[in-house]
Design a protein around this ligand. Structure first.
Ligand code: KG4
Ligand code: ZN
Length: 341
């Protein structure tokens, strides 16, 4: 069985073709980063318009790359939420309409379920159950994953998501949008120990996160210490170190609480090298293992939507004929895979 996956929830247009026996056959990605750079963040209306321009050409390219025609496609998956409503509606309209025209089922995919399952695209895949740390630009969540659609949210951000905190801190340091990867690069030149940032919400029990105070801490540090090149790198180092350490402390706590042995990290921030390394070391010490997607599948992409869509297609969990986007869609309201089998 083959599925075409479409991702348009934010500022990346992603398209992929996934075969349940041969794996990923093609994937195409167009990033709108340059379009939004001048504004220092994603402008929703511009994002929607650009998805309109790019989605169909990317579908054509992906079909050509996979050496497929529409006759080889058994279903269309698209991101239905959460995300920017206009951007989601582009993918939902194109996906639902093509499925209708081609006479195949449509599958509405939850964007964060896509991220959560992205490590399944790799050879070294986790087995259920596992703990998932989902850290993207829009969400930070700790999830107990018992199976596909069996998600218990153990904790989440009470303010900024981890990626958002990286981006906002990077912006006040004069870095371009999205600043997360640029801040991580700057941190490589930083001096360990010159500054120590707090580890928010680690001194009391619970698995929720709060990252907005770190941005303020960074702003205050810049004000008091200046912003010469080395100081900026030292602040970047201290900020990144605090975010990663906080995430690691919460993961350790969640693993103790649940008894789970495998940890999945996914979402844009899981591309962070230091985060991967620190959690790798931590899981080895605990006799467990950490799994993450290759860097290009940490950030938004069509491959994860095609993969998640395939699981729902095989379980016959299909979308109705109406075109719907769900900008807010809690992950723990998804149906377990088995329920409709
Ligand atoms: O998952 P994603 O592509 O989009 C959302 O669903 O939000 O995540 C994008 C986020 C951005 O905030 C970006 O700055 C952050 O992931 N990010 C990183 C790194 N690469 C991407 N943050 C820290 N270190 C990185 N290497
Ligand atoms: Zn995402």
């Amino acid at each position: 069985m083959r599925i075409l996956g479409i991702e348009t929830s934010c500022d990346e247009t992603g398209v992929a073709i996934y075969d349940d026996e041969q794996g990923l056959l093609a994937h195409r990605l167009y990033s709108q980063v340059k379009l939004h750079a001048d504004y220092g963040g994603v402008v929703p209306e511009l994002a929607s318009r650009d998805h309109v321009r790019k989605t169909i050409p990317l579908i054509k390219e992906a079909l050509a790359e996979a050496n497929c025609t529409q006759a080889d496609i058994d279903g269309i998956a698209f991101t239905a939420g959460p995300g920017l409503v206009g951007a989601l509606l582009v993918g939902a309209t194109i996906g639902r309409s093509i499925a209708y025209a081609w006479g195949v089922p449509a599958v509405a995919v939850h964007h964060m379920e896509g991220h959560l399952l992205a490590p399944m695209l790799e050879e070294d895949r986790p087995e259920f159950p596992f703990l998932a740390l989902l850290v993207s630009g829009g969400h930070s969540m700790m999830v107990n994953v018992q199976g596909i659609g069996e998600y218990e949210v153990l904790g989440e951000s009470v303010d900024d998501a981890a990626g958002e905190a990286f981006d906002k801190t990077a912006k006040l340091m004069g870095l371009d949008y999205p600043g997360g990867p640029l801040l991580a690069k700057l941190a490589e030149q930083g001096t360990p120990g010159r500054f120590t940032f707090p580890r928010p919400m680690t001194d009391k029990p619970g698995l929720d996160f709060s990252f907005s105070g770190l941005k303020t801490f960074a702003a205050n540090t810049i004000r008091s210490e200046g912003d010469d090149e080395q100081t900026r790198a030292d602040i970047a180092y201290a900020f990144q170190d605090a975010v990663i350490d906080t995430l690691a402390i919460k993961c350790r706590r969640a693993l103790d609480q649940t008894g789970l042995k495998s940890l999945v990290i996914a979402g844009g921030v899981s591309a962070n090298k230091q985060l991967r390394e620190q959690l790798d070391v931590m899981m080895k010490k605990r006799g467990g293992k950490v799994y993450y997607p290759r860097p290009e599948f940490c950030t938004d992409n069509g491959a994860m939507i095609a993969y998640a869509g395939m699981q729902r297609l095989k379980a016959q969990q299909l979308e109705s004929l109406s075109i719907q986007a769900k900008p807010r869609w809690p992950i723990d309201t998804l149906a377990p895979l088995a329920s409709s089998c």
